[in-house]
Design a protein around this ligand. Structure first.
Ligand code: FES
Ligand code: FES
Length: 179
């Protein structure tokens, strides 16, 4: 059947078996191989993409469920010439070794920072209605769906905290001072 996905701002009209997962549609049909297949069972987070701005495991969702949706993959967040703040921070803090989990980590962290900013509580947040701070515990909890076989966790958390701190600096400086 015909499914239209807007992948990284480009509409893709795909002819798919209705059983095709969103992950396979992205990788095998649209040819965007930045998103990785790890477990294919919703356990590792390697396949994390953003659907209409929210992070999901693409291996657990059928492509037909996303007809008309806006999907952002790692290729849509930045490019080698124009890295996103998180992509740059992962390099800066040495947040990856083999790099297999990294696209999923960065997609997940991109949405997670927005969830934090929007005041969504997590299991470890001290209050349900106050803003949560990007502490190590908050980030570890919120990123717990993304596994790293190389165990680069301390550096992944450092990268995310770096971006959160830079955003805070920018908002404290005010929009006129933003760089
Ligand atoms: S490949 Fe989707 S969660 Fe592991
Ligand atoms: S960097 Fe190798 S799996 Fe995470």
């Amino acid at each position: 059947m015909q499914v239209t996905l807007t992948l990284n701002d480009t509409p893709h009209r795909l002819d798919l078996d209705p059983r095709t997962t969103l992950l396979d549609a992205i990788r095998s049909h649209a040819g965007l191989t930045g998103t990785k297949k790890g477990c294919d069972h919703g356990q590792c987070g390697a396949c994390t993409v953003l659907v209409n701005g929210r992070r999901i495991n693409a291996c657990l969702s059928l492509a037909v469920m996303h007809d008309g949706d806006r999907v952002t993959t790692i290729e849509g967040l930045g490019s080698p010439d124009a890295l996103s703040p998180l992509q740059a921070a992962f390099i800066e803090t040495d947040g990856f070794q083999c790099g297999y989990c990294t696209p999923g980590q960065i997609c997940s962290a991109t949405a997670m920072l927005e969830e934090l900013r929007a005041g969504w509580p997590s299991h470890v947040s001290e209050t349900l209605d106050g803003p949560a701070l990007p502490t190590e515990a908050e980030i570890a909890e919120r990123m717990s769906g993304n596994l790293c076989r190389c165990s680069a966790y301390p550096n992944i958390i450092a990268a995310i905290r770096l971006v959160a701190a830079r955003r805070e600096d920018r908002s404290a400086a005010g929009p006129g001072d933003a760089t």
